[in-house]
Write a protein that binds this ligand. Structure first.
Ligand SMILES: Nc1ncnc2c1ncn2[C@@H]1O[C@H](COP(=O)(O)OP(=O)(O)OP(=O)(O)O)[C@@H](O)[C@H]1O
Length: 300
């Protein structure tokens, strides 16, 4: 039943996101949160809950992600997957719970510190600069590393030149890693969708994150493009040790790529384990059979 792609979200969230950002609360570092973070976890969520109006998008979610793990979060449409990633990346503020990133605990992750905390993400709907080249889009992923002032850059002072050279080197390494050399000078808007998704991955990876959040990185791709993307995601983990949290509707891809899989349904975690454990879990089978996307009764 999981062979097919299960489709995309049915709504846009930009206005809500900007509203939430405007109301950002200060960071908290609580003893309770520190205790709940397991020592070897790169990321640990505890008691996470969020509601939108009357809709409980997430209730009491715990999730532990070990360093270097590829961890998938799956579930039917509206299960709360994107909300979870948006909370981890500071776009949404949880009503309850704590988030520990590499040992630092927050009740709300500050988006302005996300890159320095070593977290990068991609978006369900592409968030690239269509009128800029592939190379410039990728370079935008390292803007946060700049220290030199505007004036230093205008005057091309040594610190600014060193920074530019460092960024350019990382960008070229990332272009090579993701095999984007042939399109590096093309405007992003002129690329096929599958390649645009790869550019978005490149922009996240150029920041050399410890944690990479991928929100449906293979949505809308052909089978060949999905296989390529899965290869790049695995290589990012294997070669660079990046810890990866992956939301993806194509369960075939998820099961082949992930070390562990958490399953959400109606905002609750209903299963968490290896792909084999999750595939055999009756609650997971029930959740998918109860949706329009599943329902043909085959095994997961
Ligand atoms: N910004 C928001 N404003 C209002 N409701 C929201 C917002 N974000 C999420 N929701 C609601 O929270 C619930 C969970 O949505 P979410 O997008 O997290 O699910 P999902 O599992 O990612 O779904 P999909 O697979 O369709 O992308 C849904 O009922 C959704 O309508």
């Amino acid at each position: 039943m999981f062979g097919a792609s299960l489709g995309a979200a049915a709504y846009e969230r930009a206005p809500e996101i900007s509203g939430i950002l405007a109301g950002a609360r200060p960071v908290e570092d609580t003893r309770q949160a520190r205790q709940s973070a397991k020592a070897d976890a790169m990321l640990a969520l505890s008691g996470i809950g969020i509601s939108f109006g009357g809709v409980k998008a997430l209730s009491d979610i715990a999730l532990e992600v070990k360093g270097g793990e590829i961890r998938a979060v799956i579930g039917p449409n509206g299960a709360g997957k994107s909300s979870l990633i948006n909370i981890i990346s500071g776009l949404y503020h949880a009503d309850h719970g704590t988030i520990a990133i590499d040992g630092q605990s927050f009740s709300q992750v500050p988006p302005s510190r996300l890159a320095r905390l070593g977290v990068a993400r991609t978006f369900q709907n592409l968030a690239l600069f269509g009128g800029l080249s592939v190379r410039d889009n990728i370079a935008s992923g390292r803007v946060y590393t700049r220290r030199a002032s505007f004036v230093e850059h205008i005057a091309s002072l040594p610190r600014a030149r060193r920074e530019d050279a460092g960024i350019a080197e990382k960008v070229e390494q990332t272009i090579a890693f993701l095999h984007l050399e042939a399109v590096a000078d093309r405007l992003v808007a002129t690329l096929p969708y599958g390649l645009q998704k790869r550019v978005e991955l490149a922009r996240a990876l150029v920041a050399e994150p410890k944690i990479l959040l991928l929100d449906e990185p293979m949505a809308g791709m052909t089978a060949t493009e999905k296989a390529e993307m899965a290869g790049f995601v695995r290589a990012a983990r294997d070669r660079h040790g990046v810890t990866i949290i992956l939301i993806e509707h194509d369960i075939g891809v998820v099961m082949g790529l992930s070390d562990r899989v958490a399953v959400l349904d109606y905002g609750r975690k209903i299963a968490d384990g290896t792909p084999a454990e999750v595939r055999a879990d009756p609650a997971v089978i029930r959740a998918y059979i109860g949706t329009a996307e599943g329902g043909n009764g085959e095994d997961i």
